[in-house]
Design a protein around this ligand. Structure first.
Ligand SMILES: NC(=O)c1ccc[n+]([C@@H]2O[C@H](COP(=O)([O-])OP(=O)(O)OC[C@H]3O[C@@H](n4cnc5c(N)ncnc54)[C@H](O)[C@@H]3O)[C@@H](O)[C@H]2O)c1
Length: 311
């Protein structure tokens, strides 16, 4: 049994990681400040089922609090670092917050972990670190030209992880997630918004002309990767579905799956959003033996079923 800290553990991805870690018999500490970026009651619900588990401990606090981190990390073996100010759009309106939480917060975590017995940090990074497309699919050698403060802050966090390994021997791996979806997903993400609208036969609004493409990755594949990379791999790895569709195609799939009468309308594009994302997962497959399993149609069906059940 390992003792594991999950930062941002009450959020979408963090709560799934905790679920799996507890099922595997680990002791888990969840550190989350229940930030109000989206309704904190959703986050409380995400971790509701763990509260009775004797191997689960909730610490309400901030990753920018070095004193608190030091006191938690004392007996921790591994850290899954999911806490972040997520969202490209919010970073365009409030770049200081993304920097503060994602870059400074990660630096703070690394500093606190330096003097502890932590064996490895599994850092949640993002496809946003690529930004401007030079070629597709993105492999890990693709140039990094983030298009948003969010992308910059996630890239800085990756570099801090690398430098702390090189300078102080603190092991880490950064997993570059490509647009993640599935049960408990953030309410600000397209699949969640489109599904809600489709089920209510309401208009689906697309930013721009809908021809941007995204590599959507199902949550189960992300969780599988996290567990494998806990013991294997260092540096950066793409964790993506390896297949992209346009936002127009996404909306049509969601309308069809839900037998919806929704119509699609278009509004002005959002600053900071990448035109295309598509992962090459060859490095993760060749070196570590991870590859995605869930195809988009199957994932969207599973998500809709979950959504209907929950609402
Ligand atoms: N969801 C995606 O599509 C996606 C894609 C790429 C990368 N990521 C990364 O994955 C990680 C998890 O994302 P998510 O979608 O689960 O987001 P989320 O917002 O659901 O989860 C993040 C959690 O961190 C907490 N948090 C925020 N600031 C904090 C702070 N200062 N101290 C402590 N806790 C804090 C929030 O309250 C929240 O519960 C993030 O690092 C994000 O950048 C997500």
């Amino acid at each position: 049994m390992e003792k594991i800290l999950v930062t941002g553990g009450a959020g979408f991805i963090g709560s799934h990681i905790i679920d799996r870690l507890l099922k595997l018999g680990n002791e888990v500490i969840c550190l989350d400040n229940f930030d109000s970026y989206y309704d904190p009651s959703i986050k409380r619900k995400n971790i509701h089922f763990f509260m009775e588990n004797k191997n689960f401990e909730l610490v309400e606090g901030d990753i920018r609090d070095e004193h608190l981190l030091k006191s938690i990390l004392d007996e921790v073996d591994y850290v899954f670092h999911e806490a972040a100010q997520a969202g490209v759009r919010t970073s365009v309106t409030d770049p200081m917050k993304s920097h503060d939480v994602n870059a400074t917060g990660t630096l703070n975590l690394l500093k606190a972990a330096m003097d502890s017995n932590v064996k490895k940090i599994i850092n949640a990074s993002s496809s946003s670190v690529y930004g401007k497309v030079k070629y597709l699919p993105f492999d890990e050698e693709h140039p990094n030209q983030p298009l948003s403060p969010y992308g910059v802050s996630k890239l800085l966090a990756e570099h801090y992880c690398r430098v702390f390994d090189e300078l102080y021997g603190l092991k880490s791996v950064s997993l570059r997630y490509f647009t993640v979806y599935g049960p408990r997903m953030r309410p600000d993400l397209a699949i969640s918004i489109f599904t809600r609208s489709a089920l209510n036969n309401e208009t689906i609004t697309i930013f721009g002309n809908g021809e941007k493409t995204r590599d959507f990755t199902y949550i189960d594949d992300i969780i599988e990767a996290n567990l494998i990379f806990m013991k294997k791999g260092e540096g950066v790895y793409n964790i993506g579905g390896g297949h992209s569709i346009s936002i127009n195609e996404l909306a049509q799939k969601i309308i069809k799956i839900n037998n919806s009468k929704s119509e699609v309308v278009y509004t002005s594009p959002v600053k900071g959003d990448a035109d295309h994302t598509l992962a090459s997962y060859q490095k993760a497959w060749n070196e570590i033996g991870w590859k995605p399993k869930i195809k988009i149609d199957e994932g969207l069906e599973m998500y809709s079923k979950w959504f209907i059940n929950e609402n």
